[in-house]
Design a protein around this ligand. Structure first.
Ligand code: SF4
Ligand code: SF4
Length: 438
């Protein structure tokens, strides 16, 4: 079991430092010409995967062979998954190909998304602690835990569609008398943060998802098995309502909640969260915040260009509307009858914690400030830390040496040469000095 999905392939890393500045939690350092991820800080957002031109960062997900461990192999395809197949005849064709690669059952996550949208609207209408911040993107919840801990009480205390779908389908099988170890529930994910989520679920003591499979891996298996002549005998469970979840504003009924902001892309989200922190947005009811640009369609494990994905989904939404395809209302009602609220608090996990001993932490803080004042404050990154402040922190925590900063190294050399020069002037007697004494 892995605690983080995003990992580094050391041999591919050339230590270029491109990734260190784009990590939203300052979790990357370059030391000895190789990047290193500080695990406690990483939120598995996948930003560094997109940035690294050398392919040195990658997302680890479960191996597809894992499904063979189970007699009942249930796929949970997210709406964003369908968008990876712009040439598919329809969504039914995609679903039927999932059976061909070994799954025995499917539950469309879109069904649970429809239910979560309804619960979200109800919650926001009665909430007092505005703005409510969406909780479906695990990278954003982790960002709040680490960088904006004062905003934790704004997070929507409702589980994700993935979790609700997994809970529903597993309970269905258990109620038929099937043993839990025979049931494997697999989410097909566009994002590394979901892969970590099932091992450390937020707001929950356990996840009902048994494995997270990469969208890219499943796509590669499916694309050769899809053909236009295949028999399609699969019925849709969700409709346009579930499909829209994968797009900007998907988790929101705009007719009910008028005062809202939908923001995507890590840097834009951070900008909005800073505004929430300073109280500027207290009149906004709901903020849907997604780590990837383009929402789940832009996830690091998605293959298709997010703009094309959006176009594809829109096309299918229009087709659903034109054909009058409706969700399976009985199924939706059954899912809606399940518990959907967090059963565990989300706790702050601040990035900047120096020591458990308060006195020691204060002393370290003073040392950091003193050192920071001496640094050039240009955040050049050549020391391998994203900012001069981070570098000062690393030095005080003894994770870096002061000489790793080229400016400090130059200053040290200058100081040293001055000392040497003074010494030669005052201490070592010259030949002439000796002659004079005689
Ligand atoms: S972007 Fe980061 S991981 Fe990729 S080569 Fe450069 S330092 Fe290494
Ligand atoms: S996945 Fe995100 S948080 Fe983790 S190291 Fe990469 S950029 Fe930083």
């Amino acid at each position: 079991m892995y605690s983080h999905s995003v990992t580094l392939e050391q041999t591919k890393c050339i230590g270029c430092t491109d990734c260190i500045k784009r990590c939203p939690t300052e979790a990357i350092r370059v030391r000895g010409s190789k990047a290193k991820i500080i695990e406690d800080r990483c939120i598995d957002c996948g930003n560094c995967i997109r940035i690294c031109r050398n392919g040195a960062k990658r997302a680890v997900t479960d191996d597809i062979d894992m499904i063979q461990k189970y007699k009942y192999r249930i796929a949970l395809p997210a709406p964003s998954f369908y968008a990876q197949f712009p040439k598919a005849k329809n969504i039914e064709q995609i679903l039927s190909t999932l059976y061909k690669i070994g799954f025995t059952d499917i539950l469309e996550v879109g069904c649970a998304a429809e239910v979560i949208t309804k619960h979200t609207n109800e919650y926001v209408q009665t909430a007092k602690n505005f703005p409510i911040i969406s909780s479906s993107c695990p990278a954003i919840v982790r960002l709040i835990q680490r960088r904006f801990p004062s905003l934790i009480h704004h997070v929507l205390p409702i589980i994700s569609p993935m979790e609700l779908a997994a809970r529903y389908i597993k309970i269905q099988y258990l109620e038929k008398g099937i043993l839990e170890n025979e049931i494997g529930v697999f989410f097909i994910s566009p994002c590394p943060a979901k892969a970590t989520e099932i091992h450390r679920p937020k707001g929950l003591d356990r996840s009902y998802v048994d494995g997270v499979l990469s969208m890219q891996d499943i796509y590669k298996m499916m694309i050769y098995k899809m053909n236009t002549n295949q028999n399609i005998d699969v019925k849709r469970q969700s409709s346009y309502k579930g499909l829209s979840w994968a797009m900007h504003n998907g988790g929101l009924d705009e007719n009910t909640i008028k005062s809202h902001i939908a923001v995507d892309g890590m840097e834009s989200v951070i900008g909005i969260l800073e505004k929430v922190e300073d109280g500027t947005l207290s009149n906004v009811q709901y903020i849907e915040a997604l780590a990837c640009t383009g929402g789940c369609l832009g996830g690091a494990l998605a293959l298709e260009n997010p703009f094309i994905s959006r176009y594809t989904l829109k096309k299918w939404i229009e087709e659903d509307l034109a054909k009058g395809i409706c969700s399976n209302e009985k199924l939706i009602q059954e899912i809606a009858s399940l518990p959907y609220a967090f059963n565990k608090d989300i706790t702050p996990r601040p990035v900047f914690s120096l020591d458990r001993d308060m006195q020691k932490a204060l002393t370290m803080m003073e040392d950091i400030e003193t050192l920071y004042k001496q640094l050039p404050k240009i955040d050049c990154g050549s020391c391998g830390a994203p900012t001069c402040r981070c570098f000062a922190e690393d030095v005080v925590k003894q994770d870096a040496k002061i000489e790793e900063c080229v400016f400090m190294l130059r200053k040290r050399i200058q100081d040293l040469s001055e000392v040497m020069h003074n010494l030669t002037q005052t201490v070592i007697p010259t030949h002439n000095d000796n002659n004079r004494k005689e």
